[in-house]
Design a protein around this ligand. Structure first.
Ligand code: FMN
Length: 779
C-alpha cells in the first residue's frame, strides 16, 4: 500500500521525508500532530470538534498511532464512508476500543458474556433484512403514541423541582426520563433504574473508554452483570409473549424468523439497546440545555417563540451532539480524502468534527437556531445504519425544551466546571447545575401555564417553523402599486446578515410570501422589501398593501439566498422587469462597491410604476438603461445577447415571459452564464388528478418507498423517515435536490438548466416525479 513517491496533489504524503517519527500502515509517515493525537486527552474530551480543527483544515484523514485508527474529520469524507457500508464495514462498531486485559476477559468469561451482533455492527445482507423487519415501531404514527408518556414523565420530574430554585438537571431527570421512555418503548418492565444507569456507564467505558488495568476488572464486572441481567429480563419477557413494545416485536420475529432475528441477536440487542436508547438522548438533552442556557438571548427567543424548539434542538444536535465519533473497518484498500487506507484499517469518523466543517455549514462554530440545514448533521449517522430511534430522541428533547421554556423561562445556567465520562464516542456533561427564582415561576401567577402545551409533529424539524419575530418599522410608497417596507427586530437587536439576491418569507395574516431584500446590504437594523400589489393575485400582496402598518409584529423566515451573485466574473449584465428590480438593485450596489464592470437594464410600464428609479439614477446612472413601455422604449434582447462572452454573467429577474426569452436567447452562451430568479411557481405544484404513482429505490438506505399520486416525492421520503432538507417546496429554490442513479425524470422545477435536466442525474424532490414506474436515488 506504499504510495508512489511522485504522487502530487491531495494524495501525496504531506510529511514524507520530513523526519516524522513513525510510519502509518500505508507507508506514509505520521505527522507530528497526528502522532500526538489522543482522544482520551483533555482537548478532545472537552470539545472534540475544536480538538480536530487542525485536522479539518490541514490533514482531514490521518493515522493515529496512539489509537491504531485512521481518523476522519471532514463532513463529505464521513458521509461517503457512511454511504458505503460494504467497503466500510460497521462490524467493529461495538468492539472494545481499548483491548481488554486478561483479567478482565476472565471476569467476562465467568459471566458467560457473549455480546455479538446487534444492528449497529451487523454487515449486509443480514443487517437490512433484520432492520426492515423491525421498522414498524418507528413510523410517525407509532411514535406519536408515545408523546403523552414522555410528556407525563417530564412533568413529574419538573413538578418535583419547580419550587426548589436550584437543581442538577442531569441527576434529576436528563438520564432517568430517557431511560424510562426507552424501557416503555421496548416493553421492558421497569427495573432498578440506578443499577441500569451504572450498567450503562460500565458498558460505555468498556466499549469506548480507556479504563486503567484496575478499572478494567471493575468495568468487566459491571458489564458481565449487565449481560446476565439482560438475559434474565429477556427470559421473563419471552415467558409473557402478550406484552407490548419493540422488544416484543423482536421476540415475535425471533419466534417466526429465527434465521433473521437470531437468539444471540435478541440477547445482545437487549443489552445494547437499553444503552443506545437512553444514553444518547440523555447526553444530547444535557448538551442542548447547556448550549442554549449559555446564550440567554437565544433562550429568550425560544421562550417567546416555541415553534423554534424543533429547529433549536436540531441545531444543538449539530453543534454539540451526544454521539461524537463512530467506527468502521475497511474491507479493502480504499482511498478516503486522498489518503489510502489499507484493507483492515480501523476508522474513527469524528462526526462532531464533520458537524463543524465550514465546507458544509456556514459559520459552523456558531449556534444558530435559525440555520436551515442543521438537519444535515451527522450525529444520527447517515444511510442504512442511521439511528432508528432518532425521532424518539428528537421528541424527548423537544418536550423537555417545551416544558422548561414555558414553565421556567427564567432558568439560568450556574457557573460550573463540566466533566465528561472519558470515552471516544458519547459526550455530555455529567452534571448540569441550573438555578431560578421560584417566586418568578409563571404558574404561580397563572396556573394554566402548568398544563398549556405545544406538540410538534414527529420527524425532522420543518423549515416552515424557523421564523423570526420582527416588527414593521416603516411603510412608504415606492412607485404606483409598490410599497416599500422596512422591518426591524422587536428588541432593537441587529437584523441577520444577508447577501444580494436574498429573500425572506414574510408570514402575515394567513399568507406566507417571499420578498427579495432590496435595502442596503450593510444596514444593521433594517431589512427592506418592496411589494407589488398583484390585482389578479392570490390575495397576499393585497393584504400587505391594506394591512401592514408601522409597529405591526410579523414573522419572517430567512434571509436565504437561492440567487447568489458569483463575484468572480469580470463583467455583468443585470436585467430587471417590473418588480423584478428588487434582487437586482442589491446586486448592482454590490457590483459597484466591488468596482466591477456591469450594466443594468430595467424595463417597466411607465416611470411612475417602476420602483427605485431615482435611487438607481443616483447610484448607477452611468450603467442604467431604462425601458418605459408608455414611451415606446423596448429592451432588445436579441441585440443584447447577440455576442456571447466568456467572462460575463447575466442576472435577471422579472415576468416569466422575459425570463423565458432570456433562456431561449442565451443558448449560444457558455453554460452557466445566465442566472434567473422566478417569482412564481406555475406548473410545479401537485395535481393529483393528473399524476401517477411510482416507486423510488434508495440506494444508501436500502429502502423502497412508494410515492402515491397525491403525494410529492419529498412527502413520501419524509414519511419513510428519510430527512431531506427543503425550503420553498415549490420548485424554486433547489434545496431539496436529490441525486438520481437511474430512471427517467419528469422535471417540474424552475431551478435546473436545460443541460442539467438533460443529464438526468438529479431532481428537485418537492415537485419533480418519475416519468415511468421507478427511480433509483442516492439517498
Ligand atoms: N413579489 C414582490 O412584489 N416583490 C419581491 O421582491 C418579490 N420577491 C420574490 C422573491 C422570490 C424568490 C419569489 C419566489 C417571489 C417573489 N415575489 C415578490 C412574489 C411574491 O412572493 C408573491 O407571489 C406576490 O406578492 C403575489 O402574491 P399574491 O398572489 O398572494 O398577491
Amino acid at each position: 500500500t506504499r504510495r508512489n513517491e511522485t504522487d502530487t496533489g491531495a494524495g501525496v504524503c504531506p510529511f514524507h521525508g520530513a523526519g516524522a517519527p513513525s510510519m502509518a500502515p500505508n507507508g506514509c509517515p505520521v505527522s507530528p500532530r497526528a502522532a500526538a493525537f489522543d482522544p482520551f486527552d483533555r482537548p478532545y474530551q472537552l470539545d472534540p470538534a475544536e480538538a480536530l480543527r487542525w485536522s479539518r483544515e490541514q490533514e482531514p484523514v490521518f493515522y493515529s498511532p496512539r489509537l491504531g485508527y485512521w481518523v476522519v474529520s471532514r463532513y463529505d469524507d464521513i458521509k461517503a464512508i457512511f454511504r458505503d457500508n460494504l467497503t466500510f464495514s460497521p462490524s467493529i462498531a461495538l468492539e472494545k476500543i481499548t483491548p481488554a486485559s486478561d483479567e478482565a476477559l476472565a471476569v467476562l468469561e465467568r459471566y458467560d458474556y457473549g455480546m455479538n451482533r446487534t444492528l449497529v455492527n451487523e454487515d449486509e445482507p443480514a443487517h437490512m433484512a433484520r432492520r426492515r423487519e423491525l421498522l414498524d415501531a418507528f413510523t410517525p404514527e407509532a411514535l406519536e403514541a408515545h408523546a403523552p408518556m414522555v410528556r407525563r414523565l417530564v412533568r413529574e420530574k419538573l413538578d418535583a423541582i419547580i419550587d426548589r430554585g436550584r437543581a442538577d438537571l442531569v441527576a434529576e431527570m436528563f438520564w432517568e426520563v430517557p431511560l424510562t421512555v426507552a424501557l416503555h418503548f421496548l416493553g421492558v418492565p421497569e427495573e432498578d433504574m440506578e443499577q441500569l444507569r451504572r450498567f450503562s456507564v460500565a458498558h460505555t467505558l468498556n466499549t469506548w473508554g480507556r479504563p486503567s488495568p484496575e478499572q478494567q476488572v471493575e468495568v468487566a464486572e459491571g458489564v458481565g452483570k449487565f449481560w446476565q441481567y439482560s438475559g434474565e429480563v429477556l427470559r421473563k419477557m419471552q415467558a409473557r409473549p402478550e406484552g407490548h413494545g419493540w422488544m416484543y416485536d423482536m421476540i415475535e420475529k425471533n419466534r417466526h424468523k429465527p434465521d433473521i432475528v437470531t437468539d444471540n441477536y435478541l440477547h445482545s440487542m437487549m443489552m445494547a439497546i437499553i444503552v443506545a436508547a437512553h444514553e444518547t438522548t440523555a447526553l444530547a438533552t444535557a448538551n442542548a440545555f447547556r448550549q442554549l442556557l449559555s446564550r440567554p438571548a437565544v433562550w429568550a427567543d425560544l421562550c417567546d417563540n416555541p415553534a423554534l424548539i424543533p429547529a433549536a434542538a436540531e441545531e444543538c444536535l449539530r453543534h454539540s451532539g451526544s454521539v461524537v465519533a463512530w467506527r468502521r473497518i475497511a474491507t479493502r484498500e480504499v482511498e478516503v480524502g486522498g489518503v489510502t487506507i489499507p484493507e483492515g484499517g480501523r476508522i474513527l469518523m469524528v462526526t462532531a468534527s464533520g458537524n463543524h466543517d465550514p465546507a458544509h455549514f456556514e459559520n459552523p462554530d456558531e449556534l444558530d437556531i435559525y440555520r436551515d440545514n442543521a438537519v444535515d448533521h451527522l450525529t444520527f449517522g447517515y444511510g442504512s445504519h442511521q439511528c432508528m430511534g432518532k425521532n424518539l430522541g428528537r421528541m424527548e428533547m423537544r418536550i423537555f425544551l417545551e416544558e422548561f421554556t414555558r414553565r421556567l423561562p427564567h432558568l439560568e445556567l450556574e457557573e460550573q466546571e463540566f466533566t465528561f465520562l472519558p470515552n471516544t464516542s458519547f459526550r455530555g456533561p455529567e452534571a448540569l447545575w441550573v438555578r431560578w427564582d421560584p417566586v418568578q415561576n409563571p404558574e404561580r401567577r397563572d396556573p394554566a401555564v402548568r398544563s398549556a402545551q405545544r406538540d410538534f409533529p414527529v420527524g425532522a424539524p420543518s423549515r416552515q417553523d424557523i421564523a423570526r419575530e420582527m416588527v414593521v418599522a416603516k411603510v412608504q410608497t415606492a412607485a404606483k402599486g409598490v410599497l416599500q417596507i422596512a422591518l426591524e427586530d422587536p428588541h432593537g437587536r441587529r437584523v441577520p446578515a444577508w447577501s444580494p439576491g436574498s429573500h425572506v418569507d414574510l408570514i402575515v395574516g394567513d399568507y406566507v410570501r417571499k420578498y427579495s431584500l432590496c435595502g442596503e446590504v450593510d444596514d444593521p437594523y433594517w431589512l427592506q422589501i418592496a411589494v407589488l400589489r398583484e390585482e389578479a393575485g392570490r390575495g397576499g400582496s393585497a393584504w400587505i398593501h391594506e394591512h401592514l402598518k408601522p409597529g405591526m409584529p410579523l414573522r419572517l423566515r430567512g434571509p436565504k439566498n437561492h440567487f447568489r451573485l458569483d463575484e468572480s466574473a469580470g463583467r455583468y449584465v443585470l436585467i430587471a422587469g417590473g418588480i423584478g428590480i428588487t434582487p437586482i438593485i442589491a446586486m448592482a450596489d454590490r457590483l459597484k462597491r466591488l468596482g466591477k464592470s456591469y450594466e443594468l437594464h430595467y424595463a417597466g410600464r411607465s416611470r411612475a410604476s417602476m420602483a427605485f428609479v431615482e435611487r438607481l439614477e443616483r447610484d448607477h446612472g452611468e450603467t442604467l438603461r431604462l425601458y418605459r413601455k408608455d414611451r415606446g422604449e423596448r429592451l432588445d434582447l436579441a441585440a443584447l445577447l447577440a455576442e456571447p462572452s466568456e467572462n460575463t454573467l447575466l442576472y435577471a429577474c422579472g415576468p416569466e415571459r422575459l425570463l423565458a426569452a432570456l433562456e431561449a436567447g442565451t443558448h449560444h452562451w457558455p453554460e452557466g452564464s445566465l442566472h434567473v430568479e422566478h417569482f412564481t411557481a406555475e406548473g410545479a405544484l401537485l395535481d393529483p388528478e393528473h399524476e401517477h404513482a411510482f416507486e423510488v429505490e434508495l440506494t444508501d438506505s436500502e429502502l423502497v418507498v412508494e410515492v402515491a399520486a397525491d403525494r410529492t416525492l419529498l412527502q413520501a421520503l419524509r414519511a419513510a423517515g428519510v430527512d431531506v432538507p427543503s425550503d420553498c417546496e415549490e420548485g424554486l429554490c433547489g434545496s431539496c435536490q436529490v441525486e438520481v442513479v437511474e430512471g427517467e425524470i419528469d422535471h417540474r422545477d424552475k431551478v435546473l438548466t436545460a443541460a442539467e435536466r438533460a443529464g438526468q442525474d438529479r431532481l428537485m424532490s418537492c415537485c419533480s416525479r418519475a416519468k415511468g414506474k421507478r427511480l433509483k436515488l442516492a439517498l
